[in-house]
Design a protein around this ligand. Structure first.
Ligand code: DX5
Ligand code: ZN
Length: 231
């Protein structure tokens, strides 16, 4: 009998789309849903034109969950937030390449705390910009919308970059997890998985999914990889 390895995607709901009036209940439901990561979008109103939440909220969430807390920093001066988020209980911190001349220093600082470190790339940024930092990162997060808001339309050209980076990663033997963020739904998730993405950040299409129950929604998205491989 042939052994077929089926790789399931990492499912990372984006907290940005959660119901903040019932946050405790949301976290409880997520805990029991089978999701892998909880994606935590930090916006400062400067790097992106929106404001969200910071380490204080993450620390409270940490008290209620063992989930892998994946922090996406959409801020100026990201370095100043490393220690506060590590102390608050983050598992991973990712930095945009576009506004960060000291990204290597930041990545190494995160790793010195035994946390995972990632780099984020906007739709308009070439993967050439990542070349110098790839040997040091655990995650690459591809923005498939311009960062700042949930519920935007997926930019399909992102997938060309995903394919190209997958080849570079394979060629060099890097151990990097590739995640996509923005406009992910069933259709775009499948395209992204076919392009070689390992994980899906899902905001609106998770929290507002007609299946309603988070465990069902999670299983639904996890099964997409199987379809991708069986085609
Ligand atoms: C956008 C954020 C995303 C956002 C995704 O700047 O980085 O994580 O929450 O939301 P959807 O899936 O609704 O596009
Ligand atoms: Zn994000």
């Amino acid at each position: 009998m042939q052994n077929i390895m089926i790789k399931r995607p990492i499912i990372a709901p984006s907290l940005l789309s959660a119901d903040f009036l019932n946050l405790g209940e949301e976290i409880e439901n997520l805990n029991n849903s089978g999701i892998d990561w909880l994606h935590f979008d930090v916006m400062d109103g400067h790097f992106v034109p929106n404001l969200t939440f910071g380490p204080m909220i993450l620390a409270q969430i940490r008290q209620k969950t063992k989930l892998y807390l994946d922090v996406h920093l959409m801020v100026e001066n990201a370095a100043q937030y490393i220690e506060p988020f590590v102390k608050a209980g983050a598992d991973a911190l990712s930095f945009h390449i576009e506004n960060n001349p000291h990204i290597h220093k930041n990545i190494m600082e995160v790793k010195s705390h035994n946390k995972k470190a990632g780099v984020v790339i906007n739709p308009g940024t070439s993967i050439c910009a990542l070349e110098g930092i790839l040997p040091f990162v655990d995650h690459v997060l591809f923005m498939s919308v311009n960062p700042g808001f949930g519920g935007q339309k997926f930019i399909p050209e992102t997938l060309q970059k995903v394919c190209a980076l997958r080849e570079i990663i394979q060629k060099n033997g890097y151990k990097i997890t590739m995640i996509i963020d923005g406009g992910i739904n069933e259709a775009t998730a499948l395209d992204a998985l076919r392009a070689g993405i390992d994980g899906l950040v899902i905001g609106n299409a998770f929290f507002k999914h007609p299946l309603k129950k988070y465990d069902k929604i999670c299983t639904h998205y996890k099964s997409l990889k199987y379809e991708a491989e069986s085609n």
